[in-house]
Design a protein around this ligand. Structure first.
Ligand code: BMA
Length: 329
């Protein structure tokens, strides 16, 4: 029974899409051509995963996590005419930065890109005496400007909301530690100017099963008529290591730290070869979503086994129905 939930925002011309194939009846399904970005798209890349794609001009652009053959993680800009075929700049992004103290960073990974007002903001896990949330912006995916880090170390998964909420910029994040953090909840923070962040609010914590060890925000939340649709990752600590799956929640439009509902079962878990086998097995890690207002179609880019990038699809009314009917808050 479709809820009639609609996406609030703009249509996406040339939206990448593929209908469900065969007997699949899951609310989310994979692109048959996955992995949509192979690990070796660049001659020196060890892996390309956990990357962000947004509508840009007549096609798409993005910021991509490319780990090189020295096994250093960097973020690179790239473009795509159709959301399926990508061209990535072999040179990592070099930000213009007026503050030498924060300009020197050792690694950069897990980017998100968010259009707000007049530009694309990039957030990423920035190494500044430990992992924290780096911030920058671009107008054209050629020139990038670095801003102040949003938070003190240690933090990962800085995910901005695509508009001001109650007059303030807003961001979700997951406070962290120096390593493979064995805990993790999602917090909401706001800022008057994108420099000073405060009024931190607990949003969501761990729950049962696939999301019992830690959770973290994924793509930029999608505004819908029912609330902010947030896709997120959840981690199970198995006897063979961490297993990363994807779920979704609906957050209150005006008080996004209030969770309306969230998935008790996962929406997507590592089940295909490219999700189960790679540098870090059993990882599904969503970082970007394209959402078309006219059709209600959603396309999600997610990292697979810390090695390649996958693409999955769902429809806003079906996914919101599913969350509502399979919720545990
Ligand atoms: C997280 C991050 C991600 C990675 C995931 C699985 O803590 O470091 O970059 O995809 O672990 O290894």
């Amino acid at each position: 029974m479709a809820s009639g939930c609609r996406i609030v925002g703009s249509p996406v011309a040339n939206m990448p899409w593929e209908e469900r194939l065969g007997e699949a009846d899951d609310v989310m399904w994979r692109y048959s051509g996955n992995p949509v970005i192979p690990r070796n798209l660049l001659p020196f890349s060890n892996s390309i995963f956990n990357s962000a794609v947004v509508p840009f001009n007549d096609g798409f652009a993005g910021v991509f996590r490319c780990d090189n053959k020295n096994r250093q993680a960097w973020i690179h800009s790239g473009t795509s005419p159709d959301g399926f075929h990508f061209e990535i700049d072999p040179e990592p992004i070099r930000f213009n930065c007026p503050e030498p103290e924060i300009a020197e960073y050792v690694e950069a990974y897990d980017p998100r890109v968010c259009w707000i007002e007049d530009r694309y903001y990039v957030t990423w896990c920035n190494f500044y005496h430990g992992p924290t949330i780096g911030m920058g912006y671009t107008h054209d995916f050629k020139t990038f400007h670095q801003m102040e880090n949003a938070f003190l170390p240690y933090n990962r998964n800085g995910v901005m909301f695509p508009r001001k909420i109650n007059g303030k910029y807003a961001m979700l994040s997951r406070p962290s530690d120096t390593g493979h953090t064995p805990f993790g909840d999602i917090f909401y923070s706001e800022s008057p100017d994108l420099c000073y962040w405060g009024r931190h609010r607990f949003t969501m914590g761990t729950s049962m099963g696939w999301q019992s060890k830690k959770i973290g925000p994924g793509p930029v939340p999608i505004e819908t008529t029912e609330g902010w649709l947030l896709f997120y990752h959840g981690v199970l600590n198995s006897c063979n290591g961490y297993v990363y799956s994807m779920g979704a929640a609906l957050l209150d439009l005006e008080k996004p730290w209030k969770v309306i509902c969230r998935t008790k079962p996962y929406l997507l878990s590592p089940q295909t070869l490219y999700e189960c086998v790679g540098d870090v097995p059993n990882v599904v890690f969503p970082c970007a979503a394209l959402a078309d207002t006219d059709s209600g179609r959603i396309a999600i880019y997610y990292g697979c086994a810390d090695t390649v990038t996958g693409l999955a699809f769902c429809k806003v009314d079906e996914v919101v129905d599913y969350i509502t009917n399979h919720s545990e808050v």
